[in-house]
Design a protein around this ligand. Structure first.
Ligand SMILES: Cc1cc2nc3c(=O)[nH]c(=O)nc-3n(C[C@H](O)[C@H](O)[C@H](O)COP(=O)(O)OP(=O)(O)OC[C@H]3O[C@@H](n4cnc5c(N)ncnc54)[C@H](O)[C@@H]3O)c2cc1C
Length: 470
């Protein structure tokens, strides 16, 4: 795909496309579409006042290198040919019929922000939390409560992926080690007061089956005053494990890091906090007293040769006062759009959204996590977006024409309805405001959390905070 001097026109004017969700998937889709030979005019809707999706509200604050992806996404939107309309929620502020009035095609890239379910007794107890909620809290998502109960000394984290590692690391890390990051002030204060000493991560399967990435795992070993402890009795490698180690460099590196940790001498473990990594332990029940979490029961599992495990019936109770399940994310249904309740995605064929009969709903597309489920890294959403845009381009000549395609029609409509949308200029003001909050402490930014303060900053009308604002 390349730029031509005269872009192709299918509708006697620029094709009007709405992208709903300004995470990486939506921004990549808009970028790829804008670079095709087709004359297009793209609006990018976002429910939050700030763009960038889980890069801003999922990637951990102590991962500044990954957060830098925002710089690349920022550059795409800064060009000015893709219009940002943030603080507009699909489903409440507008619905599909409204979008059809203004656009010839709509791409949904609304991602996933909820926790997948883990159906074990006690999982809904006070003191048992979803990782997605905790992540939203520590990353300063404006729509979640400002406080988080951090009274537990011993905590269990259920899961064997990078989100489990993020949660364990943020829980165990000394808050002062987060201070150089963009961590919001309320989050720092509560983490600083946390009495936690031990975080136990439980994986159902063996060391060769975990989904940790090597870098994230190795990072655990460098957290100041936090020891990583593994247990030799959890190290079982069957034929399936050996095949996995030999066929995947990633698995090989993960297993090496874990195995190196088994060699640590007890006298090397001097930190005041610990992260314990347990394998072949399947959580079977969250234990309670008076409605509060007091423990976790796990069942020892055994590898059965094909990468899976079976329970041995042998259980162990761990005294923990809080449980975090990091067993995956799950998409949320969107008004007037089909939803696959089992997979948690919008049903689609290569990005073309389909109805219950498998028929493509004309002009409606999906991309990113809401298209293929909540797996994969930010980079994967790019190839995903390419596929969706390729299908849209094939369909473009036959797309029904919107009645009011003028770019100002939709913004006037939003204003009439009292929806305070935030355009790119508003994001720049908000961005500058967060940077100004960080500058006195030499930090790149301090994230603002309350929605009204975010909106005030985007209007250039935020109250000045004192220099002590963390
Ligand atoms: C805790 C966590 C840590 C991660 N860490 C890394 C990492 O270190 N490296 C890495 O490569 N990947 C990481 N990922 C994966 C990465 O975040 C995803 O691959 C990527 O964000 C998916 O992109 P997306 O655009 O599909 O979804 P999202 O990033 O979720 O973006 C969706 C956007 O749509 C908006 N939206 C939702 N509903 C509506 C609506 N109704 N109306 C308007 N807008 C709406 C949302 O507000 C959001 O901005 C992490 C994921 C999680 C959960």
């Amino acid at each position: 795909m390349s730029h031509t001097t005269t872009p192709a026109r299918t509708h006697g004017r620029a094709l009007r496309v709405a992208v709903v969700g300004a995470g990486p998937a939506g921004i990549y889709a808009a970028d790829i579409l804008s670079k095709t030979d087709l004359d297009v005019s793209i609006d990018l809707f976002e429910r939050l006042p700030a763009p960038f999706g889980l890069v801003r509200y999922g990637v951990a604050p102590d991962h500044p290198r990954i957060k830098q992806i925002i710089v690349a996404l920022h550059k795409v939107l800064e060009r000015g040919d893709i219009r940002l309309l943030a603080n507009v929620d699909y489903g409440t502020d507008l619905k599909l019929d409204d979008l059809r009035q203004f656009y010839d095609a709509v791409i949904f890239s609304t991602g996933s922000i909820r926790d997948a379910a883990l159906p074990i007794p006690g999982i809904d107890l006070d003191g048992s939390y979803g990782a997605a909620d905790f992540v939203s809290w520590y990353d300063g998502h404006p729509d979640v409560p400002r406080t988080w109960p951090l009274q537990a000394r011993h905590v269990a984290v259920l899961g064997a992926g990078n989100v489990a590692l993020d949660v364990a690391r943020i829980l165990a890390k000394h808050a002062d080690d987060l201070l150089p990051t963009e961590v919001p002030a309320n989050v720092y204060d509560l983490l600083k007061a946390s009495p936690v000493t031990d975080v136990h991560v439980f994986a159902r399967r063996g060391p060769a089956q975990v989904k940790f990435s090597p870098l994230e795992l190795r990072e655990l070993g460098h957290v100041p005053d936090v020891d990583v402890i593994v247990y030799p009795e959890d190290f079982e490698f069957d034929e399936g494990s050996m095949a996995a180690i030999h066929s995947s460099n990633q698995t090989k590196q993960v297993v090496k890091t874990l195995t190196d940790w088994t060699l640590k001498e007890p006298e090397e473990l001097t930190a005041s906090r610990r992260i314990h990594l347990h394998f072949l332990h399947k959580p079977v029940e969250v234990l309670s007293e008076d409605g509060k979490v007091v423990g976790l029961r796990t069942e020892r599992t055994a590898l059965n040769g094909d990468g899976n495990v079976t329970g041995t019936g042998q259980t162990h109770d761990w005294a923990v006062q809080a449980v975090y399940r990091a067993v995956g994310y799950f998409g949320s249904p969107l008004v007037d759009i089909p939803f696959d309740e089992v997979a948690g995605v919008i049903p689609n064929r290569e990005g073309r959204v389909v109805d219950v009969d498998g028929e493509h709903i004309p002009g409606v597309y999906a991309t990113g996590w809401i298209k293929r489920g909540p797996v994969g890294l930010i980079g994967h959403t790019k190839s995903d977006a390419s596929e969706t845009i390729a299908r849209l381009l094939e369909d473009a000549p036959g797309l029904e024409q919107a009645a009011s395609p003028e770019p100002e029609a939709v913004t006037e409509w939003l204003v009439e309805r009292g929806v305070e949308h935030v355009e790119w200029s508003g994001w720049l003001l908000l961005d500058a405001y967060e940077r100004a909050l960080g500058a006195p402490q030499g930090r790149e930014r301090v994230k603002v959390v309350p929605r009204d303060e975010l909106l005030a900053a985007a209007r250039g009308a935020a109250p000045r905070r004192g220099a002590d604002a963390r």
